[in-house]
Design a protein around this ligand. Sequence first.
Ligand SMILES: NC(=O)CC(=O)C(=O)O
Length: 280
Amino acid sequence: MTAPQGSNLLLALVQMAVKQNKPANLSRCAELVGIAAQSGAKIVALPECFNCPYGTKYFSEYAEAVPGETTEFLSSLAKKNQVWLVGGSIPERDGNKLYNTSTVYSPTGQLIAKHRKIHLFDINIPGSISFKESETLSAGAAFTTFDVMGWKVGLGICYDIRFAELAQVYAKLGCNLLLYPGAFNMTTGPAHWELLQRARAVDNQVYVASISPARDVNADYIAYGHSLCVDPWGCLVAEADEDETIVYAELDANEVKSIRQNIPISKQKRPDLYQVQYKK
Ligand SMILES: NC(=O)CC(=O)C(=O)O
């Protein structure tokens, strides 16, 4: 949990243990964000579904409006600790629809971004894992970027990381850091979690970080853990194991600049042959 010193920009990934108790989750979150801020982190990021166990049967029960109890809590936590706070995600209720939603706050507590998971996690791996977010959730339909101390951040949630085009759009919009609160599982986690982050980082010459809940072997859905950060060269900057912890990553904007100069792929694309287009 010890933070490195002398950082360019210190990012804290809070891999908290999420319980079936919202007030307990909020209170543990406040403790961990306080520790991260005391350690010098400027951006503190929470996991997907940090106030609610990850599972379709929980979303409706734990869902809240935005703004609501949890987002008011996150706003005051950001202000109290003077950090940029990426509020993982929560189940959001809007009318008769539910979304998997991430909100982001400035150090004054202002809500600066809101992302609804664009790609719903509907998979079926026979004999292993079947999950259908679309049973209860609706998909978001907007890109989400925000600016933090000279960094432009693109935000996705978990399954969103599998879609290379989203990361490419964020790179086109000028992002140099992509954040994905996420909860991969014990089947897809070991196979794809690190691989996808390194792929998105190298393809787009950006830093990528993902923030998981800690692993709870008694949960219905067992999160893989291993919150991690990868640099634009594809190297691991920091990685957690499966337990509750905070990992810190120093981000260096010059890394992004120099890799983009040395391997100028963004200027070498062939729009005469192919193009990633965004519509909104
Ligand atoms: N939980 C997710 O949204 C995604 C996931 O676990 C995976 O892609 O694998």
